[in-house]
Design a protein around this ligand. Structure first.
Ligand code: HEC
Length: 222
């Protein structure tokens, strides 16, 4: 009699343990998928921003620069090029630059909150976000807002149709990406090779604006 009770007791205990361990396995699985997809979504959004910024850089291209057109061919900007940047952009890429600027704004807004504590390198090994994102979140947030405002300003500059203003706004946006990456994103050789100037926002036309930001960091939002 005692033996049968013990036997049943162990059976029930075993089932209970199995039941709870399955639940907790399920939960951690879900958790892993959750944080991994967060990193993937933010990386994909960043890639999408970069391809748009790279196109927008046609607006600040200098003679001798190479831009890739919508059909994939490389075009060298000639020294005799007298066309307006927007006209030139539309000619090469077959679309309106304000679409790219608007989409960068949308992408930035979409992944603004995709940086929870459980998505650091200790939780998701393939993230290239520096630990600093979580150590000094205020600074990260400030740089992020800089970039959002810079993308809004670029949209406004298209409405103004003021060529100098448009160039400055493209540069401010590119510099806002580069400034954040300089502090918060790990540098890997692969990044540099694939993304070139897009990664740092380091375009020749933008050097003077870079100095402006060095002297007054809020210039990036103007
Ligand atoms: C406030 C900070 C911040 C701003 C602003 C920012 N980025 Fe990033 N970016 C990051 C961080 C951090 C990562 C690394 C993300 C990861 O690996 O989890 C990253 C990753 C990337 C990547 C690589 C994505 C991949 O596949 O690994 C590209 C490309 C990129 N950013 C482009 C841009 C462009 C273009 C802009 C501006 C329009 C921009 N970023 C604005 C912080 C920023």
């Amino acid at each position: 009699m005692k033996g049968v009770i013990m036997q049943n007791f162990f059976k029930i205990l075993f089932s209970v343990i199995l039941y709870f361990s399955m639940i907790s396995y399920g939960l951690t699985q879900e958790n892993i998928e959750d944080k991994e997809s967060m990193v993937e979504v933010r990386q994909n959004a960043m890639q999408a921003m970069w391809s748009r910024l790279d196109r927008l850089s046609t607006l600040i291209a200098q003679p001798g620069d190479v831009v890739t057109s919508s059909d994939g061919s490389d075009i060298v900007i000639g020294s005799e090029n007298k066309s307006e940047p927007i006209e030139y952009y539309t000619l090469i890429h077959g679309k309106d630059p304000s679409q790219d600027a608007q989409e960068i704004y949308n992408l930035l807004s979409q992944v603004e909150n995709f940086w929870p504590d459980n998505t650091t390198i200790y939780h998701v090994e393939y993230t290239n976000a520096e630990q600093l994102v979580w150590l000094i979140p205020e600074a990260f947030k400030r740089y992020y807002t800089d970039s959002i405002i810079a993308s809004e300003n670029l949209n406004k500059s298209f409405e103004s149709q003021d060529e100098a203003k448009i160039k400055r706004s493209v540069c401010m946006l590119a510099l806002s990406c580069g400034r954040c990456h300089g502090a918060f994103r790990k540098v890997k050789f692969d990044n540099l090779r694939l993304e070139g100037r897009g990664w740092t926002g380091n375009y020749e036309t933008c050097w003077s604006y870079r100095n402006e930001i060095t002297l007054n960091s809020s210039a990036i939002r103007e």
